[in-house]
Design a protein around this ligand. Structure first.
Ligand SMILES: *Cc1c(COP(=O)(O)O)cnc(C)c1O
Length: 392
């Protein structure tokens, strides 16, 4: 055998995640590994929790990173709050609402589905009707930023509806955290999970979560044991909240957590509201470029995510060829369509560190060059200029 060290190519990541990682974060992750019960590490974990409260805009005590990707944070929310026989209203307007349904059913609970078209936001009127006809529902579950379609739902309104009907909320903020306005405490959200590799621009593999006091009371008063040992919050808490007598639960991913800490320090330095504004500014420039080119957005104005732009593939363009040429000739990754949108759209991520002027102009220029080569039906020579103008 003569397998050698792996050296990944250097890419620009403008797909649905992971996004480009800030070199400061990679630098932090290369620092020496120490014991996960070392007082220095415990102090770093405490800072991480404080920084996460800032990112989530929450004052909830139970705020921490789960040692696994966003999907594990999702599962932690469902398995701890639900017991067999419970009823959950699940909103689905893309891929991730479908995963929520899977989670609900695997907990032995029933999912009442509220469906909206792929590419549309969750319709609060439909949610209100579902809450009225299911007064026994325990939880309303929905996705803030649907990465599969680029649609943003109105978390504040949905949470108000849930509260008016005495329902807890489980909210997916994997793609919104750090990229779109999110105010967990002000909006009264109950169980919220996210991911490290989208707008936080950290490496994949960690899932920040935060739980309200109401959610915590439900978890502490369960009649049945959580079926997952690893994700049982009652056990995890002994590790994360043990104070001086922190009990061993699992070995924390020490260096990955250095990375998350650095990502959150960077967010704090920029200021969360400035980060939200930056995502809009770069989205607006990309939008100006696509519109000049004659490429349209999938989601209607007002429901669009600034950090995930789903655009319709123009006539005369071969989806797979375009994406592989961008990767091979420009080392640029953009996302393909998923599910109902497969083959019809591209998903351009402008997440976290990757949301910048250089990437917007680079992506428009590279895409135009490839599309022009193919003879696709677009307007040539105007996209980069339109985007640049939007920054002036
Ligand atoms: C990426 C994503 C997830 C899953 O996160 P992983 O880290 O891939 O497990 C869940 N929900 C949404 C909205 C996402 O974009």
């Amino acid at each position: 055998m003569s397998i050698k060290s792996f050296h990944p190519p250097v890419r620009t990541l403008m797909g649905p995640g992971p996004s480009d990682v800030n070199p400061r974060i990679l630098g932090a992750m290369a620092r020496p590994t120490i014991g996960h019960l070392d007082p220095a590490f415990v102090m770093m974990m405490d800072e991480t929790k404080e920084l996460l409260r800032y990112a989530f805009q929450t004052d909830y005590g139970l705020t921490m990173p789960v040692s696994a990707p966003g999907s594990a944070g999702m599962e932690m929310c469902f398995v701890n709050i639900l017991e067999p026989g419970d009823k959950v209203i699940v909103c689905q307007n893309g891929v991730f609402g479908g995963r929520m349904k899977e989670n609900v059913e695997r907990c032995g609970a029933t999912a009442v589905m509220v469906e909206d078209e792929w590419g549309a936001a969750v319709d609060p009127n439909k949610v209100e009707a579902a809450l009225k006809s299911n007064p026994d529902a325990k939880v309303l579950a929905f996705v803030h930023a649907e990465t599969s379609t680029g649609a943003m739902s109105d978390v504040r309104t949905l949470a108000q509806l849930a509260q008016a009907n005495d329902c807890l909320t489980i909210v997916d903020t994997v793609t919104s955290l750090g990229g779109s306005e999110l105010r967990v405490s002000d909006w009264g959200l109950d169980a919220v999970y996210s991911g490290s590799q989208k707008c936080l621009s950290c490496t994949p593999g960690l899932s920040p979560v935060t739980f309200s006091e109401r959610a915590l009371a439900v978890i502490k008063n369960r009649k049945t044991r959580v079926q997952s040992w690893f994700l049982d919050l009652n056990l995890v808490l002994g590790y994360w909240e043990g104070g001086g007598k922190r009990a061993y639960h699992h070995t924390a991913p020490v260096n990955a957590l250095y990375g998350l800490h650095e990502a959150l320090v960077i967010l704090q330095e920029e200021g969360i509201e400035n980060a939200w504004a930056r995502h809009w500014q770069n989205h607006n420039a990309l939008k100006a470029g696509f519109e000049a080119m004659g490429i349209s957005f999938v989601v209607k104005e007002g429901e669009r995510l600034p950090q995930l732009n789903a655009v319709t593939i123009p006539e005369g363009a071969d989806d797979a060829v375009v994406r592989s040429r961008l990767l091979n000739e420009y080392s640029l990754e953009i996302g393909a369509g998923l599910g109902a949108l497969a083959g019809k759209v591209w998903r351009i991520g402008l997440m976290g560190f990757a949301s910048n002027q250089k990437n917007v102009l680079f992506c428009l220029g590279a895409l135009e060059a490839v599309l022009a080569d193919m003879g696709a039906k677009i307007s040539l020579g105007v996209a980069v200029d339109a985007a640049a103008k939007s920054y002036r």
